[in-house]
Design a binder for this molecule. Structure first.
Ligand code: HEC
Length: 132
């Protein structure tokens, strides 16, 4: 008859708690999933910058000034489109979060990533909304 070494060297240890370990891991995974869905995804959808920007009231006049300085080279002075697309009615194609992403992300080269202050971003949004 053979005796397992573990039983010989560690007589006081209970047998490996496999079941409860698996259950604990499953619980941990479930909690992680719930946290991801409840906390991380909404936060990613609305990061502090976006939330702060959306809480501000923008000025289309100031936004127009920023637009002529930063954006008109590609989108045209009247946002009629040049290298970049015509932006008239862009707020019907994209919601505010998507417009903010478009400006800050740099995900669609050659359009660069801009880092406007939240107020400046709110002004740009107001300008885009004011386009016919
Ligand atoms: C270097 C050129 C360039 C500059 C500068 C630029 N853009 Fe763009 N922009 C583009 C191009 C190119 C696209 C199209 C990207 C794509 O979808 O592939 C685009 C797309 C966009 C769109 C989405 C249009 C749509 O139909 O969905 C918005 C909104 C926009 N730009 C706003 C801005 C604003 C606001 C600024 C200034 C802060 C700016 N852009 C500066 C080149 C530029």
């Amino acid at each position: 008859m053979t005796v397992t070494p573990a039983a010989v060297t560690e007589p006081n240890q209970p047998p490996a708690p496999r079941r409860s370990l698996v259950a604990a891991l499953a619980t941990l995974a479930a909690v992680a999933c719930i946290l991801l869905v409840v906390v991380v995804l909404p936060a990613a959808r609305s990061d502090p910058y976006t939330r702060q920007t959306l809480d501000l009231t923008g000025s289309a006049t100031d936004g127009g000034r920023l637009f002529r300085l930063n954006c008109a080279g590609c989108h045209g002075l009247a946002a009629q489109g040049l290298v970049g697309p015509n932006l008239h009615g862009v707020d019907r194609r994209k919601n505010d979060r998507q417009l903010i992403q478009q400006v800050v992300s740099g995900r669609t080269p050659p359009m660069p990533s801009f880092q406007p202050e939240p107020q400046a971003m709110a002004d740009l949004l107001a300008f885009l909304h004011a386009l016919p």
